[in-house]
Design a protein around this ligand. Structure first.
Ligand SMILES: Cc1cc2nc3c(=O)[nH]c(=O)nc-3n(C[C@H](O)[C@H](O)[C@H](O)COP(=O)(O)OP(=O)(O)OC[C@H]3O[C@@H](n4cnc5c(N)ncnc54)[C@H](O)[C@@H]3O)c2cc1C
Length: 562
């Protein structure tokens, strides 16, 4: 399946569907809005207050659409959240280390929604700092040429290839941003307007690297952001990696001061300010449909929220597998869904430390790679070989002064893990029997702390005052994402970026706005998916061309044929 070649025709057919919509065109939206009649006739329920759902909800609410967001938890954000320990002495970040948020679609979304001015984005000191057995490399912010120079000092014989690779991915990221700005109506022009993206549509990251780089150690270093997407180079779509890494190199990575939850609360506030409702501690159970169109959402309390549209920020598996009535989906669609795989999950240890680390180690984030290379490391993650998985340590106090309370520091140790090693605890965990699970979680936490102490921060354990950990099952509990997946579906060649499961679904009025839709996970991805779902809804409601309304039938008949 992964080796399926994307033919020119297939790519154009599927991409054209999205490129029509990728750039938010306010003139078009205004024209749709003008044709819709009273907005009160478009009640919309959003299931889940993760960033994708919040972003879509905020756009809709600003158009006057009556929006109700239902969220199982007591706060907005999904993974974009923080939590306090020790009576508020420590405030831990759940997910964000860095996001691309300047000079790109994220900045434009935050401006559109009016939250840009409420948020302070701080640039990290480096994209990331990498430690391999033979090299230590800090990836510089917003200076691709300097990155080429640094790598060339470590690998002089590869200078030409390094320059070629970096230029290629930065060029792809530039094209992608242009695509996100302008969209494109004439799909046949795609190869001419976006030649760099088109050229790599069939390449995995491994294929892209092989074109430029011979030294496997250098390949490992250049591929080291693979864990940000949860797939090794042999499986990860090269186009997606290039867009992401190219964007980091050209526009830098940022953290949200004070915490990522500030963004979540700011978006929830927009929804409320514009007349929408946020219903917390409210679990959606069923999406109700009638004559192939949504008509509402039933909560676990039995209450029904009538709706003309439902936007699901919940996982695709939960949305299609347990919330829709059986048989509601076309057979081919259900078959296709089964071929997509949820991404890896994470194991996280948060540490509240006595003493101030700020400035003592000069990086915001340190990542380790081994000589085993990303393919072996990925296999270790799948197996849950916690002694061997690559580590990421976030030193949040280096992001801005005053991150932690005086005299303390806040640190996070993170690794990827498959769900396999945790599956055996699932049944008992869900039934509240957690003894064996807790033992295993403790073993993982201990191992990661002692590895971080040995490999990165000598003396770490003597500083620990507060400790918390989260496994894939914790992720599941807080987000309901299957297997605790953190990036939605995997970004494989046959299902990546713009060539991904549509945010419009085959059910009229049901949309996805989450890491499971187009273009995928990460803060950048889910904010963009929220914006795209919004524009698709407006088009479905207000397009003057009947054939464009509810194009899901057309989309699916085209997509599945290719
Ligand atoms: C440890 C970690 C580190 C990460 N680091 C980064 C990073 O540095 N940079 C980056 O860009 N990305 C990072 N990510 C990825 C990023 O956080 C996610 O891809 C993104 O936040 C997912 O957003 P989402 O909109 O898909 O919703 P989610 O965050 O998955 O939230 C879904 C929401 O839906 C709710 N829900 C589900 N079902 C129901 C229901 N039936 N009824 C009511 N509510 C429901 C859940 O409670 C949840 O609030 C990281 C993720 C993790 C876990």
């Amino acid at each position: 399946m992964f080796s399926r070649k994307i033919s020119r025709r297939s790519f154009l057919t599927t991409s054209s569907i999205f490129t029509l919509l990728l750039g938010l065109d306010w003139k078009r939206v205004a024209a749709y809005a003008a044709r819709m009649g009273p907005k009160k006739d478009y009640p919309t329920v959003i299931i889940g207050a993760g960033l994708g759902g919040l972003c879509c909800g905020a756009y809709l609410a600003k158009q006057g659409i009556p929006v109700t967001v239902v969220e199982q938890r007591d706060r907005p954000g999904g993974y974009a959240a923080s939590f306090d320990r020790d009576g508020g002495k420590y405030r831990f970040e759940v997910s964000l280390h860095g996001m691309y948020a300047k000079n790109n679609v994220v900045e434009r979304i935050l401006e559109d929604l009016g939250v840009q001015k409420e948020l302070e984005l701080v640039q990290l000191s480096e994209v990331y700092h990498l430690r391999s057995p033979d090299h230590q490399i800090s990836v510089p912010q917003r200076d691709p040429e300097e990155y080429v120079r640094i790598l060339s000092r470590h690998f002089p014989a590869e200078e030409e290839g390094i320059r070629g690779f970096v230029q290629e991915i930065v060029g792809i990221a530039c094209e992608a941003d242009e695509l996100h700005q302008s969209g494109m109506c004439a799909s046949l022009l795609f190869p001419f307007k976006y030649p760099k993206m088109f050229r790599v549509r069939n390449k995995t990251l491994a294929g892209l690297l092989n074109r430029y780089i011979r030294d496997p150690k250098l390949q490992t270093i250049l591929a080291s952001l693979w864990d940000f997407h949860g797939l090794p180079p042999s499986k990860l779509a090269g186009l997606y990696y290039a867009v992401a890494k190219g964007e980091c190199l050209r526009n830098g990575t940022y953290y949200i001061k004070e915490r990522s939850s500030d963004l979540s609360f700011a978006l929830a506030d927009v929804i409320k300010r514009e007349g929408g409702q946020m219903l917390y501690e409210t679990l959606a159970q069923k999406i109700l449909i009638e004559k192939d169109a949504v008509k509402g959402v039933m909560l676990t309390t039995g209450k029904i929220l009538p709706a003309r549209a439902v936007v699901s920020n919940a996982s695709a598996a939960h949305t299609f597998g347990s919330m829709l009535p059986k048989g509601a989906l076309p057979k081919e669609f259900s078959r296709e869904l089964k071929t997509f795989v949820p991404s890896l999950s994470s194991f996280i240890v948060w540490l509240g430390l006595k003493g101030e680390l700020r400035g003592k180690i000069p990086f915001c984030g340190i990542q380790t790679v081994t000589e085993r290379g990303p393919e072996q490391e990925y296999a270790s993650c799948l197996r849950g070989d916690v002694e061997k998985v690559p580590l990421r340590v976030s030193l949040y106090d280096n992001m801005y002064a005053g991150y932690s309370k005086p005299g303390t520091s806040t640190l996070r140790v993170f690794c990827l893990t498959g769900y396999g090693p945790w599956r055996k605890f699932e049944k008992d965990y869900k039934a509240g029997r957690k003894e064996a699970y807790r033992k295993e979680k403790e073993r993982w936490a201990e191992t990661l702390i002692s590895r971080a102490e040995k490999e990165i921060l000598p003396g770490l354990s003597s500083m620990i005052e507060v400790r918390e950990a989260a496994s894939p099952l914790t992720n599941w509990r807080f987000t309901r994402n299957p297997g605790g997946a953190i990036f939605g579906y995997e970004q494989t060649l046959n299902h990546a970026y713009i060539d991904r499961k549509d945010n419009r679904t085959p059910i009229k009025g049901l949309y996805l706005a989450s890491a499971w839709g187009v273009p995928g996970g990460g803060y950048w991805g889910v904010l963009l998916t929220g914006q795209m779902a919004f524009e698709e809804m407006m088009e479905d409601w207000g397009s003057p061309i009947p054939a464009l309304k509810n194009r899901n039938a057309i989309i699916h008949s085209q997509k599945w044929k290719t």
